[in-house]
Design a protein. Structure first.
Length: 119
């Protein structure tokens, strides 16, 4: 019990920051909840046993989770970006084109959003 109390006292400065700044979360539940689907299914993704596979997985997971966070319906969003990119020669994929297809872009069509409209 003494070790637990001592630990809490030693962490008081960090805890105080959370109390003084309302933007800081007291825990990491949001992060843990967002990765739960991937950790539950990790045995299904054995292709991630290479660096390249892991980077590809991370990219896909990031796009999907970012889509959710931005109020997009995942399947229509992915269809939209794949269909859009398939009409453009890959040599012409500029930073502006890629930026316009990212989940936070204001250039995305309204029909791929959930009932929550883009802000």
């Amino acid at each position: 019990m003494g070790e637990a109390i001592n630990y809490n006292l030693n962490q008081f400065e960090t805890f105080e920051r959370v109390l003084l700044n309302g933007r800081l979360a007291i825990d990491n539940n949001i992060c843990e909840n967002s990765i739960r689907p991937f950790t539950v299914g990790r045995s299904n993704w054995l292709f991630s046993n290479t660096t390249s596979g892991a980077k590809t997985s991370a990219t896909i997971y990031t796009v999907v989770q970012s889509s959710r966070e931005n109020g997009l319906r995942i399947e229509p969003y992915l269809n939209y970006i794949f269909n859009t990119l398939s009409t453009i020669d890959p040599r012409d994929w500029s930073a502006e084109i890629i930026e316009s297809l990212l989940p936070h872009s204001k250039d995305l069509p309204l029909e791929i959003y959930t009932s929550k409209k883009r802000s």
